[in-house]
Write a protein that binds this ligand. Sequence first.
Ligand code: UDX
Length: 458
Amino acid sequence: MTSAKKILCIGAGYVGGPTMAMIASKCPRYRVTVVDIDPERIAAWNSEELPIYEPGLDQLVAAARGRNLFFSTDIEAGIRENDIIFVSVNTPTKAFGLGAGMAADLQYWEKTARQILAFSESSKIVIEKSTLPVKTALAMERILNSRANGVFFDVLSNPEFLAEGTAVRDLEQPDRILIGSRETENGLKARETLAEIYANWVPREKIITSNIWSSELSKLVANAFLAQRISSINAVSALCEKAEADVTEVARAVGMDSRIGAKFLNASIGFGGSCFKKDILNLVYLCRNYGLEEVADYWESVVKINDYQQERFIRNMLGAMFNTLAGKRICLWGFAFKANTSDTRESPAIFVTRRLLEERAEVVVSDPKALKNARMDLAGAAGRISYVEDPERAAEGCHAIALLTEWDLYRHLDLRKIFKTMEKPAFIFDGRNLLDHRRCFDIGFNVYPLGKPPLTHF
Ligand code: UDX
C-alpha cells in the first residue's frame, strides 16, 4: 500500500515523539517516521519503556508502532524518503557568546537545516515545530534554498502548545492549531497540505493560519502570558502573607471575572519546565535587540518574580525553623516541575535543594516518577542527599516536609502516622497549597502554606 503522505520528524523529544504518535494514530494512511541522533533515545521509543512518561502515550505508541509509525536513527534515509519534514530539535538557551543566558541556541536547528539540504533529492515542506525566535524561518529559507538544483523548500511555522502531563489530551483536543506560512502561492499551498493532516481529527475552525512571523511570535507570547499569570499570583501571595489575606480566596474572587478567568492562578513555589523561562528570556532578548528596553524589562520581571518566589520559600523555611537549617533533615515531596511528569527541567526543586544544602541541611528527595532525573540534576551537588521514593518513609526522622510538586498521592497519605515518625516540632511547608492545612495543624504540624497565614503551635 502506498501511503497518502510520508511524514518525517527530526527530533524524538517531548514534542516530536507524542505529536507524531498522535498523527500516526489518527491518520493510518500516512507513514510517519521519527528520527534522532541519539540511538539510546530511539531504542527506548522502540521498547516497552518509552523515554518519556506521559499518561496515555504508551497505548498510543503501541497501537501505531510498526504499522505506520517508525523510530529510527537513519536521518539521511528519513530526509530522502519523506516530503513533509517536521523539525523538533531542542533550542536551549545559549550558554556562550553573544546573548548567553538569554538568546536561543540555534546550532542544532541550523545543523538540521543543513542536513535536510544535503540529503534532499526532491522538494519538501519543512515545518518548524520547535519554539524559535521570530525570523528563524527566514534564516531557514536562506539555508535551504541556497542551492540551485531544482529542489525547493517551503518553510512553515507550526508551534506546539501541548503541556507536559496532558500531552495526549492536548494533542487530541487542541485549543487551536496554528500554521504560519509565507503568503505566496507555494506558501499557501504548503499551509493547506499541513492543515489537511490536522483536519483528520481537529475541527477546521480550530485550525488557524497566519503569516509566518505572527506564528513564531505567538508561541513566545502565549508562554509569556501564561508565566505572567503565575508570577502575578505569586507576587500577590507574598503580599497576602503580610496582609493576612488568603491567596486562594483572592484568586477565586479575581478568577470569577470572566475577562480574567480562573485557570493558571495557583500560587506556587514558582514555574518550572523547559519552556517558560527559556521562551520569556528569548522574548526579552528579541525586544532588546530591537531597542525596546521598556518592553524587555516588563517581560523580564516575570522571570525575576519567579526567582524571588523560590528564594522567598527558602527564607520562610529558615525564619520558621529558628533561623538555622544546619544539620536538620528536610524531606522534599516532589521533584518534578509539575505533577504527572518525570520531567525536572528548570524545576524549582533543583534550586530549593541546592539552597537547602547551602544552609547545610540534609535533604531527602522523594518523587513517584522523577527520582532518576533528580539524581542527574543533583549529581555533583555538595552535601547530604538521599533519594527515597515512598513519601512516608522519606519523611521519617525529618524536621520538615517541603511539598514542591502537586502529585495527587500527597493528598491521601496517613499524615498522623507520618507525624509520629518525625522530629518535633515538625513543620510542613506547602509550596503548592495542596494539603488540608487545618487537618495538618490539628495533627500537630506547624504549617506554612503559601500566601496564607501560617498555622503554628508556638
Ligand atoms: C507550558 C505551556 O502550558 C504549553 O502550552 C507550552 O507548549 C509549553 O510550556 P508545560 O511547561 O508543560 O507547558 O507546563 P504548564 O502546565 O504550563 O506548567 C508550567 C509551570 O507552571 C509548572 O511548573 C507548573 O507547576 C506551574 N504552574 C502552573 C503554577 O505554578 N501555577 C499555575 O496556576 C499553573
